[in-house]
Design a protein around this ligand. Sequence first.
Ligand SMILES: *Cc1c(COP(=O)(O)O)cnc(C)c1O
Length: 221
Amino acid sequence: MPVNKSNYERIQKELQAKAVTLVAVSKTKPVEDILELYELGHRDFGENYVQELADKQAQLPKDIRWHFIGHLQSNKVKYIAPFVHLIHGVDSFKLLQEIGKQAKKQNRIIDCLLQVYIAKEETKFGLDENELAEVLMSELVNARVCGLMGMASFSDDMELVRSEFRYLKTLFDKHAKPPTSNQALQILSMGMSSDYKIAVEEGSNMVRIGSLLFGERQKPV
Ligand SMILES: *Cc1c(COP(=O)(O)O)cnc(C)c1O
């Protein structure tokens, strides 16, 4: 399936007007598709499998900002630590420590978003409100928490989706500055193809969009 350039241009224009960063989610898609958007000037791409990300990074221009948006296992951090721009799905202090450790080896600081559990679904990952508050007060070395990420329920009930995003925004506002956080939170990553408009209305400043740009993926992903 070809890359949908007209969707890209329309969505990018809409998001830029609101100062929202578009992460183009290229998981399962070939490097040729990524290059098509790269040539239009796009630089932020998201992947959710470590091996696939490492393979693509090796083949593609080095000024791409790679976002890791999947569920990251501690033992795989080392494969992306040399180059990853932002890790969205950090859901434990242990993982944050490992990211810091690997970042230190690379002599860099890695920016991270803490994933908060906002959906009423068992299959989703993330910290609850209390765990979030705890992690935000911790001292970190070479890993920097710069925001929050969440995924709403996979549902047609858009009022449910909206309420989940709204809840995450309240947590973001609550912890944006000290004293309840050691870190200054700037990024709120929420919204995908099906719900990004609602997410932006509810205060998202970073959306992760795949299928509207690259076409539907083969299932399962
Ligand atoms: C796949 C994925 C997306 C993009 O999904 P689309 O519905 O294709 O826009 C966004 N966020 C995460 C965490 C994903 O895994």
